[in-house]
Ligand binder design. Sequence first.
Ligand code: HEC
Length: 374
Amino acid sequence: MRTSTFFLLSLLAFSAPILRADEAADAQNAKDALVVETLIRLEKFDLAEMPKQKAAVLRQLEANKETPRYLELAEQFSIKETGSELLRLALEKSPDALGVGAARLLLKLNGSSAVATALADKDDRVALKAVTAFGATQDKAAIEPIAVLVTDKSRSGTVRNAAVKALGGSPTGEQLLLAVVKGKKLPADSNFSAASVLLSSRDPAVKEEAAKFLTLPPGSNAKPLPPVAELALRKGDAAVGKAVFQRTCIACHKIDGIPGVDFGPALSEIGDKLPKDALYTAILDPSAGIEFNYEGYLVKLKDGNQALGIITSQTDDKITLKLLGGTPVKYNKADIVAMEKQATSLMPPGLQQAMTEQELTDLVEFLSSLKKKK
Ligand code: HEC
C-alpha cells in the first residue's frame, strides 16, 4: 500500500473530534464511509491486519443493514462474519432481489454448509424458504442439495415439490430432475410438479426426454388451438385474464399495480404496443420475436457453474446477468469460459397448456387493455 493512502486511512480511523452524540454518530458514519471508499480503491490489502479499518467496515455494514449496499460491502471485503445475517436475509426476503442476492453471497463466502443446514431444518416453513432462496441462485452448490431433497421421503410432499419447482429454469437443475425421473426415483406425488417443470423446459431435448416418462398435468390445454387470426377476433373477460396473469406470468413480468418479478419486459403498456394477434403469438411462440435487449445468454464459468439470464450491463472486467427470478448477479469476465447467446426466448413455450382456451382469450383481453394512462 502506498504510504500516503495508509496515512489517510490511519487519520480517518483514529481522529475523534468532540461533538454532540448524534453529530458524532453522523461524523463517524461519514468517516467510516470514506475509509471504505479509500479501501475499495486500494489494489491489495488484508483487512485481517487492519483492525481499525475492519471496525469501520463492520460499522458501515451495520449502518446499511437490509439494503443492497450491505451485500455490496460484505462481498467487496469478503466478510465471513455476515453469514448469519445473510442467512436471515435469504430466508426472510426471498424471492425479492435482496433475499436471493444474500443467498448467493452466502454461498460464495461460506460455501454450501449453510444451505445444507437450512434445507435440513425440520420446520417445513424454514426448509421451504431455503429452497426458494437458494434455488433462485442457480448455483450448483445449492442446486445439488436441493435435487437430493426431491427423493427424500422423510420430507413432506410440500417440501419435496418445492424442491422440484426450484430445479426448473436452471439448466443444471433440470438435468438433475430429469435424471431422477428417468431413474424412476421420483415419488409419485411429485409427478405433477415435475411434469409442469420439465414439459415447459426451454430446452427441447429435456422436454422430449421428459415426455417419455411424464404426461401433461391433467386439466391442461392439450387440444390444439384454432389459428391465431381466429383467436384474435374473440372477446374475453379482462378481470378473469388478470387472475390468469397473476397465476402464470408474474414469475417474470411486472405490471403497474400488480407485484411481479422484474425479469422479462414490463407489460404495463403492452396493449399500446401489440395488437391481439401479436399478443397471442408472444404467448404461444415466444421465440418468434425476441424482444431487443432481452435475449438469453448461457454463461459458463471456470468453476463449472452455469447461469442462464439476460445481460443488463457490462464493464471492461465485469458482466451483470439478470437470472430467472430477477436477481442481478455480477460475474468477473476473467471467471467466464464461454457466453452463449440463446436462439430461443427465455420465456418458455407452452404456457398456454397451464390454462384453458377461454382463459387464454381472457388473458389476451386483459393484456390488450393495458394502455398508457392519458
Ligand atoms: C420464465 C419467465 C417468463 C414467464 C413465466 C413469462 N414470460 Fe413473457 N417474457 C419473458 C422474457 C424474458 C421476454 C423477453 C424475450 C422475448 O421477447 O421473448 C418475454 C416477453 C413477453 C412479451 C413480449 C413483450 C414485448 O415488449 O414485446 C409478452 C407479451 C409476454 N412476455 C407475455 C407473457 C405472458 C402473458 C405470460 C404468462 C402467460 C408470460 N409472458 C410469462 C419471460 C417470461
